[in-house]
Design a protein around this ligand. Structure first.
Ligand SMILES: NC(=O)c1ccc[n+]([C@@H]2O[C@H](COP(=O)([O-])OP(=O)(O)OC[C@H]3O[C@@H](n4cnc5c(N)ncnc54)[C@H](O)[C@@H]3O)[C@@H](O)[C@H]2O)c1
Length: 255
């Protein structure tokens, strides 16, 4: 049986790929043959990721924008699409941590930042790439949610709610875009050691979390990238509207 996880000939836009898991997705997807549009708010990080993609022999272009500045962000996506000829894969990955904040600590600015980056950012990136995907009748959209969307959180309800909104988008977009052969799925990681989690958890908390995982260790950025790259590949032509959660067995919910 012929099967392939090759991404040869594809162009992927990965938001927030100037570091953390987004960078890991860019490296793996370029290893599998994709050209990458590296997006981030941070120029240095984005340039470093682009160099890694180029070392894998693939074309990389850098798109610097704050996802909350919708006119600037979407105009730059359109320009990158023109430069590459198409965008086959969108990974909605850019995000910020909820830190450890109780309800009383979440003011309007913190609430708006969370929903502006996670929810508005993913919506307007998707809206921008969908036009070309619909014309070509093909495309993959992979949105990064979280275990906190599925099981809730006792210390970052705004983060959980924003991630749950992304699961709602995923299921709705999957239905709306299926007639155009555009597949939409979400990856909902558990705790992954990146700049984000190192910034909001002490080393002791991180050690305890890893030791407590049913599968015996913390999930790595690469573990998440394998799920993301697979969902972009020809092996998953019949998968849409799903939420896959690489989380070391920490959270198991649903049917
Ligand atoms: N690390 C975890 O344990 C974990 C678990 C579940 C889900 N996630 C999600 O995975 C994704 C990646 O997280 P990570 O851990 O790699 O974090 P990270 O902080 O290492 O990477 C996030 C990237 O998004 C970029 N970004 C942030 N705000 C932006 C903005 N306004 N405009 C443009 N870019 C912006 C950052 O510059 C950064 O490069 C996020 O959506 C996060 O919520 C992380």
């Amino acid at each position: 049986m012929a099967s392939s996880n090759s991404l040869e000939g594809m162009t992927a836009l990965i938001t927030g790929s100037g570091g953390g898991m987004g960078r890991s997705h860019a490296v793996l997807m370029s290893e599998r043959g994709a050209d990458i549009i590296v997006h981030d708010i941070k120029e240095d990080g984005a340039n470093e990721t682009a160099e890694m993609v180029q070392k894998n022999g693939r074309k990389a272009s850098v798109l610097i924008a704050d996802v909350r500045d919708v006119p600037d962000f979407t105009a730059k996506i359109k320009a990158a699409e023109k430069e590459h000829g198409k965008i086959d894969i969108l990974v909605n990955n850019a995000g910020v941590s909820g830190k450890h904040r109780m309800i009383e600590e979440i003011d309007e600015a913190i609430f708006d930042e969370m929903f502006g980056i996670q929810v508005r950012g993913a919506f307007f990136a998707t809206k921008t790439v969908v036009e070309g995907m619909k014309q070509r009748k093909s495309g993959r959209i992979i949105t990064i949610s979280s275990i906190y969307a599925m099981g809730g959180s006792d210390f970052a309800c705004h983060y959980s709610a924003a991630k749950a909104a992304l699961s709602g988008f995923t299921k709705s977009w999957a239905r709306e875009l299926a007639p155009y052969r555009i597949q939409v799925n979400a990856v909902a990681p558990g705790f992954v050691l990146t700049g984000m989690t190192q910034g909001s958890n002490s080393p002791d908390m991180i050690k305890a979390r890893g030791e407590g995982m049913p599968l015996g260790r913390l999930t790595t950025p690469e573990d998440i990238s394998y799920a993301v790259a697979w969902l972009a590949s020809p092996e998953t032509e019949m998968i849409t509207g799903q939420v896959i959660s690489p989380n070391a067995g920490e959270v198991i919910v649903g049917y």
